[in-house]
Write a protein of this length. Structure first.
Length: 702
């Protein structure tokens, strides 16, 4: 049976002031009927542009300049705009990357879903279009569609907006769906739901799917075949199982080595990041574009062309040295140049029990909204949002405490409240025995030399007008860390400490990549020689290779400088790699806290179990597991009574609806806030693994 979509030697260029930028370079692949085909690679590798080129949607007056896009016996590249419009949406549809920006904020959801159907003449405006929109909303799992059809995008959560975009793409009943990073910026549970939805829709509607992602775990669990892109070119193409079992290109092997595993205990070794940065496509290096970053590269790799060659049945690689790669498992092995990963030296911790460096007791942060005039006249109650709710924990010196949870769980608010960047509503925070909440502003300013924060968005947290020299010197001078004559040498030391070159000292933030800007944020936090750092999602904006570099850097700094960290993230694989203990938050409360290995081996709260089950795994044999919880977190403005998780929990009974469970600690340091934690003590594989008496169970969604 011929492929439903065939791409041959596709090349796409964008005009720039410096010349033509070739963002897709001689790309070829096929999409079979009913197949899920993955495109994976770092940012800027050409994945999204390949999909946009297929539909003629390249931005900035760019265009596909060569090659063929075969669909239905015609070359889409040669079609006129009106001819392409008849195919867009009706035959080939696209799920764009950012759902919130894809939806028109001033138009109702129902209108946006039916727009494509009306344009293609599939339905008429009015009742027919409305009924079709309701059917699509039900199909993509939007609850209560009749009530939500006339809502606006800002009234939907991120996960629900992504479902709306999927419904819009399905409106024209396409045969091919191009999904461009459909799970980017979504929580692990919502990501799992979206991937399950796409898989179900693909099966039910006989769709063929091209899935663009940077997440190797997503590829492993959803795709039958995968192409790895680098510098605008495909460097490896194979069946997913074969590629993960035995990668045949050093770049693919490097991507796999950068990924920590949520399902495998760490052995103390370090990740092996890909050094360097992707090539400048206006002036790509001669020969193999990956050669400047490759451990196998020799002189023969730096000239000539390197097309894909079949190195095994159905397995193609663009590397002439692919035979030197290990032939099974990860490339981190004795046969990989550089030997085995080096285990980090253990942090020296006194054997005698010492007082915790940080003690938090009953910490709460409540936002009270100001009601308008009509609200006050009607005597409506003041809106209250409890962002952090009676949180207590300790952090030992030299420890890395990971804090995980879905968006809106209170992680960032907790970190900012600890440092009094936000003033808490109640509670106590003691650092080295000193009550931080009792300090006057001058005392807190002095204390902040010991307490620093690495912010989530490195670009918005750096002053764009200041050079690196001015930025780091400012902190050194303000806190009088070193004498004035030693300020510049200290700035150079900081740059070296975080792995940036000395010539970066006179650059502005805009001159750095995302990973380099995050290193600048770390350097700024380290400038005042703190002992405790709150790292708020420091890896959320960087590629997997840069993520590995920053995690290794933080571990190195912890060993060399004796740092203590509160590490906030939504990525469970990162938590398992970097943390010594983990606290799990849900709607402002800590619901479970335990040593890292204990929590991943014996999670006792159903919410933690659900997060662990939803985390992508680098195992193509595993597939997508069934969901361990349903729906999305309730609004913190209207939290449910009793246990806040009961409406999503497979163990919930009547007591869960009426009585909030306290956080109970065992002698081994494992704390859990669940009425049924003994029933949840064993590993789960789905929502029905533990069977309660039906009379005790509360149905999902109540």
């Amino acid at each position: 049976m011929p492929p439903i979509l065939e791409i041959r030697n596709l090349t796409t260029t964008l005009p720039t002031r410096r010349g033509a930028l070739t963002v897709v370079d001689d790309v070829s692949f096929t999409l079979e009927a009913g197949e899920c085909f993955g495109l994976v690679g770092e940012s800027g590798s050409g994945k999204s542009m390949t999909c946009r080129s297929i539909l003629g949607l390249v931005p900035h007056v760019g265009r596909a300049t060569a090659g063929e896009i075969g669909y239905g016996g015609q070359n889409l590249r040669t079609l006129s705009e009106p001819e392409l419009n008849r195919i867009r949406g009706a035959d080939i549809a696209m799920i764009v990357q950012d759902a919130l920006t894809a939806l028109n904020p001033v138009r109702r959801i129902g209108e946006q879903i039916t727009e494509a159907m009306v344009d293609h003449g599939l339905v008429s405006r009015g009742a027919d279009a409305r009924q079709k929109a309701l059917e699509l909303m039900r199909k993509v799992g939007i609850p209560d569609p009749e009530a939500r059809l006339d809502d606006y995008p800002h009234q939907f959560s991120g996960g629900m907006c992504q479902r709306v975009v999927i419904a819009t793409a399905l409106a024209g009943s396409p045969r091919v769906l191009l999904a461009d990073e459909p799970t980017t910026a979504l929580d692990v549970t919502i990501q799992h739901q979206i991937l399950k939805l796409l898989s179900q829709l693909q099966s039910d509607l006989q769709l063929s799917l091209v899935l663009v992602t940077h997440d190797m775990g997503v590829v492993a669990q959803t795709c039958q075949r995968v192409a790895v892109m680098y510098g605008g070119q495909i460097v490896e193409l194979a069946e997913t199982k074969a590629l993960f079992r035995s990668p045949r290109h050093p770049y693919t092997a490097g991507l796999l080595d950068c990924v920590p595993r949520a399902d495998v205990a760490t052995d103390g070794g370090r990740l092996r990041p890909i050094q360097g940065i992707p090539p400048d496509l206006l002036a790509p290096p001669p020969g193999c574009r990956f050669a400047p970053r490759c451990r196998l590269a020799g002189p023969e790799c730096r000239s000539g062309a390197f097309p894909l060659r079949e190195v095994a049945p159905g397995h193609f690689s663009a590397c002439i040295k692919q035979g030197q790669l290990p032939h099974a498992g990860s490339a981190v092995s004795a046969s990989w140049p550089g030997g085995k990963a080096v285990a980090p030296a253990a942090v020296s911790v006194p054997e005698t029990r010492m007082a915790p460096l940080l003690e938090v007791r009953g910490l709460s942060k409540v936002y009270a909204g100001a009601n308008g005039l009509l609200d006050r006249l009607a005597r409506r109650p003041v809106t209250r949002l409890v962002a952090v709710n009676d949180v207590s924990f300790t952090v030992e010196a030299g420890e890395i405490l990971g804090v995980v949870g879905e968006s809106g769980s209170g992680k960032t608010t907790l970190g900012r409240t600890l440092l009094r960047l936000l003033e808490p509503t109640a509670g106590e925070v003691r650092y080295a025995g000193v009550d931080l909440l009792a300090l006057p502003s001058g005392g807190m300013r002095a204390a902040r030399r010991q307490l620093q924060m690495i912010f989530q968005d490195p670009y918005s947290s750096l002053n764009p007008r200041l050079t690196v020299r001015a930025m780091l010197s400012e902190a050194l001078r303000f806190h009088k860390v070193v004498p004035r004559a030693q300020v510049e040498p200290r700035v150079l030391e900081l740059l070296q400490l975080v792995g940036l070159p000395a010539d970066a000292i006179d650059r502005h933030p805009r001159h750095f990549s995302g990973g380099q800007r995050q290193r600048l944020g770390i350097a700024r936090a380290l400038a005042v020689e703190p002992k405790f750092i709150v790292a708020d999602e420091p890896l959320s904006a960087v590629d997997v290779s840069v993520q590995a570099q920053i995690m290794n850097l933080l571990l190195d700094l912890r060993e060399r400088l004796g740092l203590t960290l509160l590490f906030i993230t939504h990525d469970l694989s990162v938590v398992r790699y970097i943390s010594t203990r983990v606290a799990v938050m849900y709607l402002g409360r800590i619901v479970e806290i335990a040593p890292t290995d204990t929590l991943f081996r014996e999670a006792r709260h159903p919410y933690t179990q659900g997060l662990l089950l939803a985390a992508p795994r680098l195992d193509p044999e595993a597939g997508l597991p069934p969901p361990a919880m349903r729906g999305e977190p309730p609004s913190p403005l209207r939290p449910p009574g009793g246990c806040a998780f009961h409406a999503r929990c497979y163990l919930a009974t009547e007591i869960c609806r009426t009585s909030p469970p306290p956080l109970q600690h065992r002698s081994d340091g494992h704390g859990v806030a669940c009425h049924h934690h003994e029933k949840a003590a064993r590993p789960v594989t789905g929502p029905e693994i533990v069977h309660l008496n039906p009379a005790e169970r509360i149905p999902h969604g109540t």
